[in-house]
Design a protein. Structure first.
Length: 107
C-alpha cells in the first residue's frame, strides 16, 4: 500500500517537472525590441517565467530574456497578440496578450 502511494507521488511530481511552461508563438516581421533586447525578424516561442518573458527563436533555438510586468484581464484573450510602437527606426513591443489566458505582459 505504501509503495503505491510513493509511486503515485513520484509519478505526479515527475509529470509536473516535465510538463514545462506554456509557450505562445509570435511572428516578427522585422527587427523588434523587447525591453532592452533586440529580436531579429522571425518566429519565436514566448514563455513567461516569473517576471521575465523568454523568447526562443524557432530557427536557431537561441533564447532571449526580458523583464516584464504581468497583468491580468477580466476575460480570456482569444488569440495571442503583439502590440508594438515605432522606436528609433525599429518597432518596440509594448505588450503581448497571451491567447487562451487572461494574462498580458507589458515591457
Amino acid at each position: 500500500m505504501k509503495k503505491t502511494f510513493i509511486l503515485a507521488g513520484v509519478l505526479s511530481l515527475s509529470a509536473i517537472c516535465f510538463a514545462g511552461t506554456k509557450s505562445y508563438e509570435i511572428n516578427l516581421t522585422g527587427p523588434t525590441k523587447a525591453g532592452s533586447v533586440t529580436l531579429a525578424k522571425g518566429t519565436y516561442k514566448v514563455s513567461l517565467q516569473g517576471t521575465n518573458a523568454v523568447f526562443t527563436d524557432e530557427k536557431t533555438r537561441q533564447t532571449f530574456t526580458a523583464p516584464v510586468k504581468v497583468g491580468t484581464s477580466t476575460k480570456k484573450y482569444q488569440f495571442t497578440a503583439v502590440d508594438t510602437a515605432p522606436d528609433q527606426g525599429t518597432e518596440k513591443i509594448t505588450s503581448i496578450e497571451l491567447g487562451g489566458s487572461t494574462t498580458q505582459i507589458a515591457f
